[in-house]
Write a protein that binds this ligand. Structure first.
Ligand code: SD4
Length: 330
């Protein structure tokens, strides 16, 4: 809010100098057109949203972080890191399904207050890409590191290597190789990236997104999840959004940025998620394609929408977590 006030003051001063009406300039400018209402009391200890049911454990860790004085960024990074370490999840971190050559390659990003962002993509052998993404954000002038460069960067910052292909995911890949048919299956095979959004007690917003991407993808394929604006976008004067599902559809419509921009223009998070889903449905056939959006604004309003049924998310307010089924449009 401080930055917005500074912006408004500067805008007003420049307009007056030029002999213009500052209120007319604001309408044409990029400042939020409908500032969200003040934070309700119940959100003051923190508020978190995470995709899918593994969002429950992510939010629990995020809540612990916040109770220990951690920021929204601490909550989303450490919350999603818990899911990265779960070998039973086949779409994130350890145990993630490999590409068609049998290599597990990971994508992740994080975005904090003030527009700070970092990410890694096509990275191998490192269990916690989301923590590496945070290092990129905190210690480099860059946003995204890829492949061996990302891996080397992680090693230089104290991360260690680990074989991320578990016996189970290897067995499933070997089974898949017998037919080698690539057909994404809605909500089962592909669609459980973890995206997490949080607002801390200081009102700061942050988000993180981490995935092993589509099972048996072409080697080198990178999805939406590490791409700022596609799999994740945070503007802590407005709101935050994360995406799950077929990354190509999200990238082609720059989905998370679109949702936050729609909130900026006055939509509720719910309306914004619906509109972003409708944009995909208008542009491409969606019978075999699932995408889900999850968003919050600075007032604690949440929204979600998916193309098809089956998408759910975990919401934590004041330490209480519930699993919510997202509405769908098809
Ligand atoms: C991707 N959006 O790489 C991710 C896939 C996903 O669980 O959501 N997987 O396209």
């Amino acid at each position: 809010m401080t930055r917005r006030r500074t912006f408004l003051r500067q805008l007003g001063a420049s307009a007056l100098l030029l002999g213009l009406d500052p209120t007319r300039l604001l309408k044409a400018g990029t400042a939020p057109s409908s500032p969200a209402p003040a934070n309700p009391e119940r959100f003051k200890e923190g508020h978190m949203l995470s995709t899918w049911n593994h969002g429950i454990v992510a939010n629990e860790e995020g809540w612990r972080q916040m109770q220990n004085g951690g920021s929204a960024t601490d909550a989303v990074v450490e919350g999603t890191a818990v899911v990265e370490s779960d070998p039973t999840g086949t779409s994130v971190g350890l145990g993630g399904s490999p590409d068609r050559e049998g290599f597990v390659t990971l994508d992740a990003c994080v975005m904090g207050p003030n527009g700070d962002a970092g990410g890694v993509c096509f990275m191998e052998d490192i269990e916690h890409p989301v923590r590496v993404a945070r290092k990129v954000m905190d210690t480099t002038p860059h946003v995204l590191l890829a492949g061996t460069g990302a891996r080397d960067f992680a090693l230089a910052h104290g991360f260690t290597t680990r074989d991320l292909l578990t016996e189970n995911s290897k067995r499933a890949w070997e089974e898949w190789r017998k037919s080698a048919a690539y057909k994404p299956i809605i909500n089962v095979e592909n669609h459980d990236t973890i995206g997490m959004l949080a607002q801390d007690r200081d009102g700061r917003l942050a988000g993180a997104c981490t995935t092993s991407g589509l099972a048996y993808k072409l080697r080198g394929r990178v999805g939406d999840s590490p791409i700022i604006g596609a799999g994740l976008f945070v503007d802590d004067e407005i709101g935050a959004c994360t995406a799950t599902g077929l990354g190509e559809a999200v990238m082609k419509t720059l989905g998370s940025f679109l949702v936050v921009e729609l909130i900026r223009q006055g939509r509720t998070p719910q309306q914004a998620c619906e509109e972003a889903v409708d944009r995909i449905m208008h542009k491409m056939p969606v019978a075999d394609l699932q995408v889900g959006y999850l968003a919050m604004d600075t007032a604690g309003n949440a929204g979600s929408c998916a193309i098809h049924s089956g998408f759910n998310y975990a919401r934590t307010i004041a330490g209480h977590t519930e699993l919510v089924d997202a509405p769908h449009r098809n």
